[in-house]
Design a protein around this ligand. Structure first.
Ligand SMILES: *Cc1c(COP(=O)(O)O)cnc(C)c1O
Length: 387
C-alpha cells in the first residue's frame, strides 16, 4: 500500500539516535534543550518547549495560558480532534468557527460575525486555536486584528505547517499569535516518532508550559516559598503531567530539522505535479494563496461532479493499493461532540467540504513511478466511480 504520508529516515538520522542510546542520558539530558534551541532559532521564536506529542503541546499550552473551567475556546471544525479536545481537558467550553470553502481554513469573516454575536451575549472566547489546514497558513493578519479588538489569545495549531512561511515570516515565529504548536508524528513534515513542540515569544508562559509538561514541578526557589532550599528539594506548584520528550526523540528531531527545506521542496515538486496532471478533471484542486509560501502537508482533492461517488473512488483507489484518506470528519459531528450538543448542520461549509474531500498520498520520498500510478488511477477511477 502506498500510504498517504510517510517519514523520510536516512543513515544520519539513525546515527544521531544510536549516539544517544550509547550516551549517558536517554531522557532529561542536554539533547532536548538543544532541540528546543534549534527550533526557536529555526522559526525565529524567543523560545520553544519540546514535549511528547502535538496533543500534549496543545494541552500544556492551554494550561500555560491559564485556561480553566468557564473559559471559552473556539477552533476549526476541519481538524483532528486534538485541536478541540485540549480545551476540554482544561474544563473549558469548546465552540467552532466554520471554514472558508476555498482554503478550508477557519474563515475570518465568519469569525468576526460570531465575535459580534458573542459580544452581545457576553460569551466571547478567551482563546482561539487556528489550524493551518494542509500546511497553508490561515489569514493570520485578519485574525490577529480581531484578537486585538476582542481581546482573545491566539494559538496556531501548525501541526501541518512546519516549514510554511506566511507573509515572509516563518510559521512558529508567532508574529500574529501568542504561541504555535507543532506535531512530529511520522506523517507530519519532520518526525521524532511521537513528539510535539510549543514555540512562543512569551518567555514567562513558556516556562510555565515547560513546568506543566513535567508534573508542575520546579527546582527553582519560588517567591511564595522561603528563599532557603535544601539540596534535594523540588517544588510542585501546579498539577502537571509527564509529557516530556526523550533525548532519543530530540536527537532525531535535530537531524530531521536539518532537512526541512529539502522536505519542503520535495513536497512542492509532488504537489505541483498533481496540480498539473489533474487539472483537466472535474475536481477542485488545492488553492494556493499568494501570502503563504506553503510547505504542503496534504494534497486534498474535492469532487465537484455530483455523479462521481467519493466512496466508490475511495474504494477503487484503496483496491489499487493507494492509501487515500479523508481529512477530516468534522469534529463537531463526532459522537462525543454530538453528546455535547453539536449536530450535523451546525457548520455547513465544513460539512460540504468533508462530503467530497479525498486526500492523495504526499510525502518527500513518494516515488516518480508511484505518483504516476496514483494519477493514472485517479483518472481511471473518476470514470468508473459513478454515484
Ligand atoms: C497530528 C495533529 C495533531 C496531534 O498531534 P499528535 O502529535 O498526533 O498528538 C493535532 N492537530 C492537528 C491539526 C494534527 O494534524
Amino acid at each position: 500500500m502506498i500510504p498517504y504520508g510517510h517519514q523520510d529516515i536516512i543513515d544520519e538520522d539513525i546515527l544521531s539516535v544510536t549516539n544517544i542510546l550509547q550516551s549517558e542520558w536517554l531522557t532529561q539530558g542536554p539533547t532536548v534543550d538543544k532541540f528546543e534551541s534549534c527550533l526557536a532559532q529555526r522559526f525565529n521564536a524567543k523560545g520553544a518547549v519540546a514535549v511528547s506529542s502535538g496533543t500534549a503541546a496543545l494541552h500544556v499550552t492551554c494550561l500555560g495560558f491559564g485556561l480553566t473551567k468557564g473559559d471559552i475556546v473556539w477552533t476549526s471544525p476541519n481538524s483532528f480532534v486534538a485541536s478541540a479536545n485540549c480545551a476540554l481537558y482544561c474544563q473549558a467550553t469548546v465552540d467552532f468557527v466554520d471554514i472558508d470553502p476555498i482554503t478550508y481554513n477557519l474563515c475570518p469573516i465568519k469569525l468576526e460575525q460570531k465575535l459580534k454575536h458573542a459580544k452581545r451575549f457576553n460569551r466571547l472566547p478567551k482563546m482561539l486555536i487556528v489550524v493551518h489546514f494542509g500546511g497553508q497558513s490561515c489569514d493570520m493578519q485578519a485574525i490577529s486584528k480581531l484578537a486585538k479588538a476582542y481581546n482573545f489569545i491566539v494559538i496556531e495549531d501548525a501541526s501541518h505547517a512546519i516549514g510554511t512561511v506566511y507573509q515572509g515570516k516563518p510559521v512558529g515565529g508567532c508574529y500574529f499569535s501568542d504561541a504555535t504548536i507543532f506535531s512530529f508524528h511520522p506523517v507530519k513534515t519532520i518526525t521524532t516518532g511521537e513528539g510535539g513542540a510549543i514555540l512562543s515569544n512569551h518567555s514567562a508562559i513558556l516556562k510555565k508550559i515547560k513546568q506543566f509538561a513535567s508534573h508542575g514541578i520546579t527546582r527553582e526557589i519560588h517567591e511564595e516559598t522561603s528563599n532557603t532550599k535544601l539540596p534535594w528539594e523540588y517544588f510542585q506548584f501546579d498539577l502537571g503531567y509527564n509529557y516530556r520528550m526523550t533525548d532519543i526523540q530530540a536527537a532525531l528531531g535535530i537531524s530531521q530539522l536539518k532537512r526541512l527545506e529539502r522536505f519542503k521542496a520535495l513536497r512542492a515538486e509532488k504537489f505541483d505535479k498533481y496540480n498539473e496532471k489533474l487539472s483537466n478533471l472535474d475536481i477542485q484542486l488545492p488553492y494556493s494563496k499568494g501570502d503563504s509560501d506553503t510547505c504542503w502537508h496534504l494534497y486534498v482533492i474535492n469532487l465537484l461532479d455530483p455523479s462521481v461517488s467519493r466512496l466508490n473512488l475511495f474504494n477503487f483507489l484503496r483496491m489499487k493499493g493507494i492509501g487515500v484518506n479523508v481529512h477530516y470528519i468534522p469534529i463537531h459531528t463526532q459522537p462525543f461532540y454530538q453528546n455535547l450538543g453539536f449536530k450535523w448542520g451546525d457548520f455547513p461549509e465544513c460539512e460540504k467540504y468533508y462530503s467530497h474531500a479525498l486526500t492523495l498520498p504526499l510525502y518527500p520520498n513518494l516515488s516518480y513511478e508511484d505518483q504516476n500510478f496514483i494519477i493514472r488511477c485517479v483518472k481511471e477511477g473518476m470514470k468508473c466511480s459513478l454515484a
